[in-house]
Unconditional design. Structure first.
Lengths: 330, 234
């Protein structure tokens, strides 16, 4: 294993894993057009999962909080965005790209705003009393998740809800034999923009520096004169907003959503956070891309293995790197 | 003039009572050394002063103001710096980032930075390296540099020589001597020779209580007292 790590390190380290995965898949799939379609689908799925998972990774890394209620933000984000899009349905149907873009922007902003507000409430009322107590955190956040799902059922009902998409995100670009779904490109672009934004925040600002330091050693951040509690609230709100944004994007991707959406995605989100390395945004992106690509490649090559592919992937990576691919330094 | 006054400080960690009523005074300027055997309560005393363990009851006054019960961040803002036993550096951050985090406004005072470079040249050499890649001695230098990157009234330093090579310990001693010319240092130290070379005043803690306080010169001259309180042989 050490020899494998050294060899990988010389050629770019774990960052090259998605490239290696894609190369192996290219050989196994055989058809270049299918491979391109699957790769783009995997990358866009990875980016949407990254949006949902990055907040959870930061929250766990910085606050040491096991938030099983994270999926509630994903579900709420999806339903809030879907409701805004449904209410502005008239803006989506016409040929006016500006109006359709405005509707999409408002839907995503509504999801983000809801995530921020819900995150503030969740951190203050539910999480704060159970800091440093993992068992209680699991119990209370699981309880909050159940309550949240019931609230969604009460508001939106149990019938699957259709999510309208703006006309300009319908369809696919056909380049030769390759079909590239437009919504997937949009999801990839948005995920990439959020990743760049997070990297700028974490690496180019004082708040980001504090977050990175806090992930490593909360006590020392306080001993330097910073109130970590305020940082906790900010990070929790950011994480919740990202989850809601991820949920909103996933809703547009699936186009039919149920209250169980968040719970279903949560397994993938946890796998991504674990294999990426807790507290690391780069690790979360890497984990999400690998999970997205693996799910799509395996779904094509061996559909019967698709359900188990993420678990097998997690086991293989944890056997190789027990702390994940790119954990934050502790 | 008394800078820090600790009175009847009692600290429990979980169900264990660690400090049973620690009292001592630190005068302004120079190095005050807290001595004591392993597990006597020295580290807990520093952590309690910083508010990292919550002492009760008792009182801790700094520059005449009660700081016991304050949040750690508020205590640190009184210009008190803390260098913990494990150094507390942020391994994923560069040396520059570790130091800039300790500045008040996110910018370096160039005069102070030059002084840090003079005291610890290795830090300038590895300025952009991540702190986890430094040697143990360099990490300790970084931890101390972080404490002096801003003007401080008091620096609490917990066992800075632990596990360091003799040459690094000597360099650290020189650095502390210079730092103590402008700042008061409250030093917890097990290495008695190192402590003796630096300390002006001292106290010995045993079983969570201060059992002796006085001038270091007097304590260093009393082999019988050293043997009785610290287990040192003549």
């Amino acid at each position: 294993m050490n020899k494998l790590s050294d060899t990988l390190g010389r050629f770019g380290g774990v960052n090259l894993l998605p490239v290696a995965l894609a190369a192996i898949a290219f050989v196994l799939i055989g058809a270049p057009s299918s491979w391109v379609t699957l790769t783009i689908a995997g990358l866009s799925m990875g980016m949407m999962v990254f949006l949902m998972a990055s907040g959870l990774s930061l929250v766990f890394g910085l606050m040491d909080v096991l938030n099983f209620g994270h999926s509630a933000f994903i579900s709420f984000g999806a339903f809030v965005a879907a409701s805004v899009l449904a209410a502005l349905g008239g803006w989506l149907d016409g040929d006016n790209i500006m109006l359709a873009s405005a509707a999409l922007g408002l839907a995503l902003l509504a999801a983000i705003a809801f995530g921020l507000a819900a995150g503030l409430f969740f951190e203050t009322v539910i999480i704060r009393p159970v800091y440093r107590d993992h068992l209680r955190q699991i119990l209370i956040t699981m309880g909050a998740l159940i309550v949240s799902e019931q609230i969604i059922l009460a508001i939106w009902g149990g019938t699957p809800m259709t999510v309208p998409r703006p006309a300009f995100l319908h369809g696919a670009w056909i380049i030769g034999d390759v079909s590239i779904e437009i919504y997937r490109v949009f999801a990839f672009g948005l995920g990439l923009a959020v990743f760049i934004g997070l990297m700028v925040l974490l690496n180019r600002t004082r708040v980001g520096l504090l977050i990175r330091a806090g992930v490593e050693n909360r006590e020392m951040v306080e001993a330097l004169g910073f109130k970590i509690d305020r940082l906790f609230i900010g990070v929790f709100m950011l994480g919740s907003a990202l989850a809601a944004l991820g949920g909103a994007m996933w809703a547009g991707y699936e186009t039919l959503i149920t209250p169980a959406l968040g719970g279903e995605m949560m397994i993938v989100v946890f796998i991504v956070v674990i294999i990426g390395g807790l507290g690391s945004i780069e690790g979360t992106l890497l984990g999400a891309i690998i999970v997205g690509l693996t799910a799509n490649y395996i779904g094509y090559l061996a559909p019967k293995l698709a359900l188990a592919s993420n678990m097998i992937l997690m086991m293989a990576i944890l056997m190789w790197r027990p702390s994940g691919l790119r954990p934050a330094v502790k | 003039m008394t800078l820090l006054s600790v009175r009847d400080m009692k600290t429990d960690i979980g169900q264990y009572a660690v400090l049973h009523g620690v009292s001592f005074d630190v005068n302004e300027g120079g190095v005050f050394v807290l001595l004591g055997r392993n597990g006597a309560g020295k580290t807990t005393t520093l952590r309690s002063i910083m508010g990292l363990w919550k002492p009760s009851p008792g009182s801790v006054t700094f520059q005449g103001e009660e700081i016991s019960g304050m949040a750690t961040a508020d205590i640190a803002r009184k210009n008190i710096a803390y260098v913990p036993e494990n150094m507390g550096i942020f391994g994923g951050l560069t040396i520059e980032e570790n130091l800039v985090l300790a500045t008040a406004k996110g910018k370096f005072d160039q005069t102070r930075l030059s002084r840090i470079y003079d005291l610890f040249p290795a830090l300038e050499k590895f300025w952009t390296k991540q702190a986890w890649s430094l040697s143990g001695g360099q990490k300790q230098m970084l931890a101390v540099a972080r404490a002096i990157v801003e003007p401080r009234a008091l620096i609490l330093i917990d066992e800075p020589t632990k596990g360091l090579a003799p040459s690094i310990v000597a360099a650290m001693g020189e650095a502390f001597r210079e730092i103590a010319q402008s700042t008061t240092i409250l030093l917890v130290e097990q290495n008695f020779n190192f402590a003796r070379s630096l300390g002006r005043d001292m106290a010995v803690i045993d079983d969570g209580r201060v059992v002796h306080q006085g001038a270091m010169a007097d304590f260093a001259a009393d082999a019988e007292l050293q043997g009785r309180l610290l287990g040192l042989s003549a």
